[in-house]
Design a binder for this molecule. Structure first.
Ligand SMILES: [Zn+2]
Length: 256
């Protein structure tokens, strides 16, 4: 588990996660971590891992390392959290070097993930973008849809960003109506999952359909249909919250 307390500046070594623009270097002992008495100068402190300080460094491209998504498919939940944190914090620091209000160079505060502008005082924190992801059900059946970006034959749950000023439950109802034209009744929270591509926080819900008639928007969604638990299409990978929503429902309605 990542302990979320940033090591002070006089801590100069410990676990190190090495990544580049496309992947993560294999580690020595803990899958993706190596131990270094002295971190490289540009290493970014993340917290503590198994009681030892942990940092991430972004290296120049060149080495072919396993892709982030391949790592997420095999890591434990705690390791995934560490990798998601490393990805989001490094992207945020790269993209917030200047103040968005006055344009001066911003500087990183050492004790928290914050970029501070000495000129106007504006402070920037890592951006997290909340999204809803929802499995629409009708009795035992599940409504799954295809995005044009999916691999052929793949179907998944519905998802979308929460808009400014919008409540989470309202976003569930709006997205389902926009994408498949279905009214939903009861909405219940399942669980959440960080999705660091680039900074989404997926909030999973079950939504009970009030009717079965589907009307797709044809843009975000190219096909949608009801599926019985016994006859499913190709589904997203097991580590995704989408798949967990589907498997949880299948388990709950299984005929014993
Ligand atoms: Zn400023």
């Amino acid at each position: 588990m990542l302990q979320r307390e940033i090591p002070p500046m006089d801590v100069v070594g410990g676990w190190l996660l090495r990544m580049n623009a496309s992947g993560v270097a294999p580690g020595e002992t803990d899958d993706m971590l190596v131990y270094r008495e002295r971190w490289p100068g540009q290493a970014l402190r993340l917290g503590y891992w198994q009681g030892e300080p942990v940092a991430v460094v972004v290296e120049e491209d060149g080495e072919e390392w396993p892709a982030f998504r391949d790592w997420l498919a095999q890591l434990s939940a705690a390791q995934s959290e560490l990798l998601a944190t490393a990805l989001q914090v490094t992207h945020w620091q790269r993209d917030h070097r200047f103040c968005g209000r006055c344009g001066h160079a911003a500087k990183r505060l050492s004790h928290e993930f914050a970029m501070h502008c000495d000129n106007c005082g504006l402070r920037n924190y890592p951006r997290i973008s909340p999204c809803i992801i929802t499995l629409v059900t009708h009795g035992r059946d599940m409504l799954l849809a295809r995005s044009p970006r999916f691999p052929p034959q793949r179907y998944s749950t519905l998802a979308g960003f929460i808009e400014p000023g919008e409540a989470v439950e309202a976003a569930v109802r709006r997205e389902v109506m926009e994408e498949v034209g279905v009214d939903v009744g009861r909405v219940s929270f399942f669980k959440s999952q960080s999705w660091p591509f680039p900074h989404s926080l997926m909030m999973g819900f079950f939504a009970e359909a009030a009717s079965r008639r589907i009307r797709i928007d044809g843009e975000e969604i190219v096909d949608a249909a009801w599926f019985t638990p016994e006859k499913m299409p190709q589904l997203p990978p097991a580590y995704s919250i989408s798949r967990q929503l589907i498997e949880t429902h299948r388990g709950a309605v299984a005929i014993r």
